[in-house]
Design a binder for this molecule. Structure first.
Ligand SMILES: [Zn+2]
Length: 354
């Protein structure tokens, strides 16, 4: 299968990915607990409306409304027999919405976690998970996607199963982890470990999405870039600020100005595909596009730069960005009496880059 994503990226320094599909659908009446994938056939006009809002704001890449489209997730809504129908529809709706705006928009098939814990910690075998991802991936490709986009995963086992399933189609593969737990995924994986996985699996691109805010996300991309090969294609897709519970619903308070700062820092951090995740609207994307069009990529940002523009980052993320600083801080703490020893954060071999 040809790689339209690579062809477009060969002509451009960066590509703008889209914003938050889920939050766009909640704005259009989706009830919490209802499967958004059912709307691909029940309300395709509303799905297309979200896609168009992103495309009109300048998005180069649209992700299909199929995040929960594996049979395991659809089973929660008694729709596990409709994987083919709902994923094909997701691809077709996105493709038609994109075509109504511009000809050169990439459609990527979103594939989220199964929601099950994989062996050896949980009941789902790698083969079962891979088969479920393959079923979804094949439907997305039949529906016409240019690439498959495995997102918001947190375990290496599930990511490997998803890649195995996606590879049955021959489509280019992008994967992003959510580093939402003190610089790691919920299952303890670091950006450096994702860089290693990227190298080993020969997928097209990898990166970071969702999680706990733009500052933390940029920190994860900077650490990922430091551990990646110089020509690795990296992705940043941050939530629109920090999620907060307001009146029983999750809201995101990031302004277009904050997301513009985020987009510039994500480019500096090494991402070439930059978008938003939950809470990111067309207005945010428009500000991000304007920021990227006038920005010349600068040096990889330090923790201090990220914090000054986007807000605080966790100690875990900071230690990955600056292992030597974390080691010295630990020594100082130990010498001051007690505290964790300097062994906690040994310096990591750094690759000379640019
Ligand atoms: Zn998100």
């Amino acid at each position: 299968m040809s790689n339209a994503l690579a062809d477009l990226l060969a002509r451009r320094p960066w590509l703008l990915a889209d914003g938050g599909m889920g939050s766009g659908l909640f704005e259009r009446g989706l009830e919490s607990g209802y499967a958004p994938e059912l709307w691909n056939v029940e309300h395709p006009d509303r799905i297309a409306d979200v896609h168009r809002s992103f495309a009109l704001a300048g998005a180069d890449i649209l992700l299909t409304n199929s995040f929960g489209g594996t049979r395991h997730r659809l089973k929660l809504h008694q729709a596990d027999g409709r994987v083919a129908e709902l994923n094909e529809a997701a691809a077709q709706v996105a493709r038609a919405a994109a075509a109504s705006v511009r000809a050169d928009i990439i459609i990527a098939g979103s594939m989220g976690p199964t929601g099950e814990i994989l062996e050896p910690l949980g009941p789902l075998s790698i083969d079962e998970a891979a088969a479920a991802f393959a079923e979804q991936a094949q439907a997305l490709v039949r529906g016409g996607v240019d690439a498959l986009w495995i997102e918001t995963l947190s375990s290496v086992e599930e990511l490997e199963a998803a890649i195995q399933g996606a590879k049955t189609t021959g489509a280019p593969i992008v994967t992003t982890f959510s580093f939402d737990t003190n610089g790691r995924t919920m299952m303890g994986i670091t950006p450096a470990q994702l860089a290693e996985l990227h190298r080993r699996t020969h997928i097209y691109a990898c990166g970071s999405n969702c999680g706990t805010g733009a500052a933390e996300l940029v920190a994860s991309v900077a650490s990922l870039c430091a551990a990646s090969d110089a020509d690795a294609i990296l992705v940043a897709k941050a939530n629109c600020g920090i999620p907060r519970y307001v009146d029983g619903a999750i809201r995101f308070d990031g302004t277009p100005e904050l997301m513009a700062d985020y987009a510039r820092l994500a480019l500096d951090a090494g991402a070439r595909i930059i978008g938003g995740c939950c809470g990111t609207t067309g207005a945010h994307l428009r500000a991000m596009r304007a920021a990227l069009e006038t920005h010349v990529r600068g040096a990889r940002p330090t923790a201090a730069t990220i914090e000054s523009l986007l807000g605080p980052i966790t100690a875990g993320a900071r230690a990955q960005l600056d292992p030597e600083g974390a080691r010295l801080a630990a020594i100082a703490l130990a010498e001051a009496g007690g505290g964790p020893t300097a062994r906690a954060a040994s310096p990591r071999a750094r690759r000379a880059r640019q």
